[in-house]
Design a protein around this ligand. Structure first.
Ligand SMILES: [Zn+2]
Length: 273
């Protein structure tokens, strides 16, 4: 098994071309995926195959898509203050499915804390209340965009206060105690399971793609009865393979690991199983 997982940030809009806009990139990349004869599976299905719950062949010739942070740009068509109307990521998936008859799916890793999102809406976006969560239950119920855990508050540098005990912010490497991991990971899973019931959060994506030995060797493997997760994703540019560590599943990030369509095509051809 060899499955590339591709990551997009819907907040990445600094223009209207492939290099400056993840919406333009996602739409183009879906066409590349179809042209190469690949299909789209969910990140959860990749984890199912990795953990032996389904045959490895269930993810042959497949890619999975993930979105990070969980703002309105994942779901709604939005009028950007500088760059005009933006088709939301969900709409881009729907357009692709309608045009090709292929299955489309993505997993959105969301920042869970409502209070943190209210601040990040101002510090990282236009301050128009575009990071609310009323679409998450709709998305979870419909099944086109799965909602999963990207931590409680991202330990984000622009927040006045995070749950990290010493306020070492702007990194996830400092989440290195049980109390901090519980506050960032388990509390976020609890919130999602309460608000998206009957859906259950089982996947985690590390904020900033950053992890540490405590999380990978101790907290995630040993406290599964508390956090209930099955796997965690980084931003290391490799495909998921049969011997991948379930707490360090790699992902390719748009704009970092490929910057134009031919680079993605090369990457997909190289990782083809
Ligand atoms: Zn993030």
């Amino acid at each position: 098994m060899k499955v590339p997982i591709l990551t997009y940030h819907s907040n990445n809009i600094a223009g209207n071309d492939y290099a400056t806009n993840d919406h333009v990139a996602l739409a183009e990349d879906l066409r590349t995926i179809a042209r190469l004869g690949l299909r789209i599976v969910s990140a959860a299905e990749v984890v199912d195959a990795l953990l032996g719950a389904t045959p490895a062949s269930s993810v042959d010739n497949a890619v999975a898509l993930t979105f990070d942070d969980g703002s309105y740009f994942d779901w709604y068509d939005m009028e950007h203050p500088h760059y005009g109307t933006q088709r939301g990521f969900a709409g881009i998936l729907r357009d692709f499915a309608a045009a090709t008859g292929m299955r489309a799916h993505a997993t959105s890793f969301v920042i869970v804390s409502p209070a943190a999102r209210a601040v990040l809406d101002v510090t990282c976006m236009a301050g128009r209340d575009w990071w609310r969560d009323e679409w998450w239950p709709q998305a979870a119920a419909e099944g086109l965009v799965a909602i999963e855990n990207h931590s409680w508050d991202h330990n984000h540098a622009t927040l006045p206060q995070t749950v990290q005990r010493e306020q070492r912010k702007g990194t996830f490497k400092s989440i290195d105690s049980h109390a901090d991991a519980d506050a960032e990971i388990r509390a976020a899973a609890d919130w999602l399971d309460t608000h998206l019931s009957p859906y259950r959060s089982t996947l985690f994506a590390y904020p900033y793609g950053e992890w540490n030995d405590y999380l990978v060797r101790e907290y995630l493997p040993q406290y599964a009865h508390e956090h209930r997760l099955r796997a965690a994703f980084t931003g290391e540019p490799q495909p998921v393979e049969a011997n991948s560590n379930r707490w360090l599943l790699p992902r390719y990030v748009c704009g970092h690991h490929w910057k134009e369509p031919p680079e993605l095509e090369r990457l997909l051809r190289e990782t083809r199983s």
